[in-house]
Design a protein around this ligand. Structure first.
Ligand SMILES: NC(=O)c1ccc[n+]([C@@H]2O[C@H](COP(=O)([O-])OP(=O)(O)OC[C@H]3O[C@@H](n4cnc5c(N)ncnc54)[C@H](O)[C@@H]3O)[C@@H](O)[C@H]2O)c1
Ligand SMILES: O=C(O)[C@]1(O)C[C@@H](O)[C@@H](O)[C@H](O)C1
Length: 291
């Protein structure tokens, strides 16, 4: 008989407001599955990020079918797994672990989630020259996705120049020399004047980090703007970009599509990603009231 009940977890820090439990469980309900998605919060457990290996083994022993992994464990969990899917290996980061036949396999659905969201939301966007703000965990995933989608060249900036330099070097190793460069934020005016679009991957625009990640005057109608922040969905950057006529993409699509891709890996069943995307805005409103 095909499996119809699943136990899934999310390991990370500060994950109380995550939309993942509701996103996964709603889709499973609609498919008639019994599906529990539980938070395994390092803060609640008083556990260090390095405990991710022990928590993973405990989850497997207790019968979990799979796990999502988030900050600060995405780069730490790989050494505890039996194998990595190519995207997770290339990125050195795992956000999804599937337990199957006694093995733990790592995947990265942040990459595929952003790629699917971009392809759906900005299908005709020119990709010759892309500027990306932010070279942290999300930044690495979306840069891989953007180059996989066919971007000609990506310039990465970060408030921490070493991070931008490290990401550009790793992108060039993976995608070929000359596909990526690092730049300091003081060069944004010059870079954006000749760019096709901006990928924003810093936390600026979240409730805890309000504001704009760049001077609004640098935005022009020849740019598209893709946002990674999704709490709130409507960031100051997206508002400013729309005001000058830029095509825009909010961060909700990446959140929904990474969850849909993980659901498919956990269950082997096809999720309705459009339905999961439609859940994001109302779920975000409910969680904002609770936050
Ligand atoms: N939509 C999704 O599915 C999804 C998935 C993962 C993360 N996120 C969001 O992405 C954002 C970034 O998360 P992360 O895990 O990469 O964080 P992170 O801390 O790993 O990286 C953020 C990077 O941004 C840089 N930075 C901060 N402010 C800056 C500024 N004004 N200009 C230039 N650089 C700046 C920091 O130096 C850091 O390198 C968060 O808001 C997170 O919620 C969204
Ligand atoms: O819902 C979250 O909070 C997530 O942690 C967001 C992002 O980190 C994803 O990669 C995880 O799968 C889920």
């Amino acid at each position: 008989m095909p499996q119809d009940s699943y136990l899934i977890g999310l390991i990370g820090s500060g994950i109380g407001p995550s939309l993942s439990p509701a996103l996964h469980e709603r889709e499973a309900d609609r498919q008639g599955l019994r599906y529990l998605y539980r938070l395994i919060d390092l803060d609640t457990l008083g556990a260090a990020p390095e405990a991710v290996g022990d928590l993973l083994r405990a989850a497997r022993d207790l019968g979990f079918d799979g796990l999502n992994i988030t900050h600060p464990c995405k780069q730490l969990v790989g050494e505890h797994l039996d194998a990595l899917a190519p995207q997770a290996e290339a990125l050195g980061a795992v956000n999804t672990v599937v337990f199957s036949d006694g093995r733990a396999i790592g995947h990265n659905t942040d990459v595929t989630g952003f790629a699917a969201s971009f392809a759906r939301g900005l299908p005709d966007a020119p990709l010759e020259r892309v500027v990306q703000l932010g070279a942290g965990g999300a930044g690495a995933a979306v840069a891989h996705a953007t180059l996989t989608l066919g971007a000609g060249h990506i310039t990465v900036t970060d408030a921490l120049p070493d991070r931008a330099a490290d990401l550009a070097a790793s992108l060039n190793r993976h995608f070929g020399a000359g596909r990526a460069a690092a730049a300091t934020p003081d060069r944004l005016a010059e870079l954006l004047a000749g760019a096709d679009g901006i990928v924003h991957a810093t936390p600026t625009g979240m409730a805890a980090h309000p504001g704009l990640p760049l001077p609004a005057g640098l935005l022009h109608p020849g740019l598209w703007v893709a946002e990674v922040v999704y709490r709130p969905l409507e960031t100051e950057l997206l508002r400013a970009a729309r005001a000058v006529g830029c095509a825009t993409l909010d961060g909700g699509g990446m959140a929904a599509f990474q969850a849909a891709d993980a659901f498919r890996l956990f269950t082997g069943r096809e999720p309705d990603a459009g339905r999961m995307l439609a859940d994001i805005a109302p779920l975000g409103d409910v969680m904002s009231v609770r936050d």
